[in-house]
Design a protein around this ligand. Structure first.
Ligand SMILES: [Cu+2]
Length: 163
């Protein structure tokens, strides 16, 4: 029984790896921030590495009505978040980090509370310089905080305030 379970997880992991490495983009350290009841929005973070130039042009998830790729910037000492109108450029060979305080995927109008230690689906759409679109489907773990080392400790809260 437990062996089957382990094998299942292993197969799921292999499948995820295969999917995540398709389309010249690899994804690592993906996580979504858990939400509390009544919370309207949360962030999804990951590292993206493209082997050839491409662009992340759209994101979606079944748990949110609206999903956007956001950037954060300082405006009069106030941290602001705005959607990237033309998508997020992924240059060949360089790693682009989506992390708290920087680029992130924003899930808004959440349809349910994201409980920690569950998983959500996240759908990414990329477009290469020739205009060809490719899709990627991810299963992303829901965590209270990143399980991975990262540079920024800034908290990205649901209220969009800068801490
Ligand atoms: Cu945001």
């Amino acid at each position: 029984m437990s062996l089957f379970k382990k094998c299942g997880w292993f197969l799921a992991f292999l499948l995820l790896s295969a999917l995540a490495n398709a389309q010249n983009v690899s994804v690592s350290n993906a996580w979504a921030r858990a939400s509390v009841k009544g919370q309207n929005a949360t962030g999804v973070f990951m590292s993206l590495k493209a082997s050839s130039n491409t662009k992340l042009i759209a994101v979606s998830s079944s748990v949110a009505k609206v999903s956007e790729v956001h950037q954060m910037s300082m405006d009069n000492n106030v941290m602001k978040m705005t959607a990237l109108p033309n998508g997020l450029d992924l240059g060949a060979g360089s790693v682009v980090e989506l992390k708290p305080g920087s680029y992130h995927i924003m899930l808004m109008d959440l349809k349910k509370t994201l409980e920690k230690d569950t998983q959500i689906d996240v759908h990414l759409t990329f477009q290469d310089p020739a205009g060809k679109k490719t899709q990627m489907e991810l299963k992303v773990p829901v965590l209270l905080q990143p399980a991975f080392a990262e540079g920024s400790g800034m908290v990205h809260g649901a209220d969009h305030h800068h801490h």
